[in-house]
Design a protein around this ligand. Structure first.
Ligand code: COA
Length: 182
C-alpha cells in the first residue's frame, strides 16, 4: 500500500519548515559538494524564492497525514527564467526533491512523492521526459531515481556553482512500459 502522502503548493507559511530543512546535514550534502557548506541551496532566501513561482517554476510541500515532511520543485527547464539548465529542448520537466528529517528517510515517502510528481508532470501531453540533476557524489540518490525508472545520461556542470551532477532522465515511454505489462 502507498503511504498517505499528499503534495500541495508551497506558501509563505511553509518558510519555517523550508528554513529548518535547509540546516539538515543530508539536505546540505545533497545540494553542495562543499564540505564547509552550512546550509542547503546556497543563499536561497525562501520568501524571495517563493515569489518567483510561476506556471513553469513551482514548489510543493509533501505532507504525511497532514505533517509537512519535505519539498519538491517542478520546473519547465526550457522556459523558466533562471535558465538553470542552460540551452535545453522543450517538452521536459525537471524535478528536485528533499525530505527534511533523517527520521523520515527510508520509509518509501520519497518514492511516493516522486510517483505523484511524475504522474502530474506526464498529465501534460507535451511532456516527453523528466530530468533530474543529483550531484554525481550522491550515489544513494542515483539508486533511488534508477529504481523509479530514471536512467543516467551524463555528467553536467550546472548552476552558479558549477555543481557536478549526474543527470538522469525518465522518458514517457519508459514510464508507460510497466503499466503496459511489458
Ligand atoms: C533521496 C530521498 C528523497 C529519498 O526519499 P526516501 O523516502 O528516503 O526514499 P525511499 O524510502 O522511497 O527509498 C529508499 C532509497 O532512497 C535512497 N536514500 C535513502 N536515504 C537517502 C539519503 N539520505 N540521501 C540520498 N538517498 C537516500 C536510497 O537509495 C534508499 O534505498 P536503500 O535503502 O536501499 O539505500 C531522501 O532520502 C532525501 O531527501 N535525501 C536527502 C536529499 C537528497 O538526496 N535529495 C535528492 C537530491 S537530487
Amino acid at each position: 500500500m502507498y503511504p498517505m502522502i499528499t503534495l500541495r503548493p508551497a506558501t509563505l507559511n511553509d518558510v519555517p519548515h523550508l528554513d529548518l530543512w535547509d540546516l539538515e546535514p543530508h539536505v546540505i550534502s545533497a545540494t553542495s559538494d562543499d564540505p564547509d557548506a552550512e546550509k542547503a541551496f546556497g543563499d536561497t532566501y525562501w520568501p524571495d524564492e517563493l515569489a518567483l513561482v510561476r506556471e513553469d517554476y513551482q514548489y510543493f510541500i509533501a505532507e504525511l497525514d497532514g505533517r509537512p515532511i519535505g519539498g519538491m520543485q517542478i520546473i519547465d527547464p526550457h522556459t523558466e527564467r533562471t535558465r538553470y539548465w542552460g540551452d535545453i529542448e522543450p517538452g521536459l520537466r525537471a524535478i528536485d526533491i528533499w525530505i527534511g528529517s533523517a527520521a523520515d528517510h527510508g520509509h518509501g515517502y520519497g518514492a511516493e512523492m516522486m510517483r505523484l510528481a511524475i504522474e502530474a508532470c506526464f498529465l501534460g501531453p507535451e511532456v516527453t521526459a523528466i530530468i533530474i540533476d543529483p550531484l554525481a557524489s550522491n550515489t544513494r540518490a542515483h539508486t533511488f531515481y534508477q529504481r523509479l525508472g530514471f536512467r543516467p545520461e551524463g555528467i553536467r556542470e550546472l548552476g552558479e556553482d558549477n555543481d557536478i551532477c549526474l543527470v538522469h532522465r525518465l522518458t514517457r515511454d519508459a514510464w508507460l512500459k510497466p503499466l503496459s505489462g511489458e
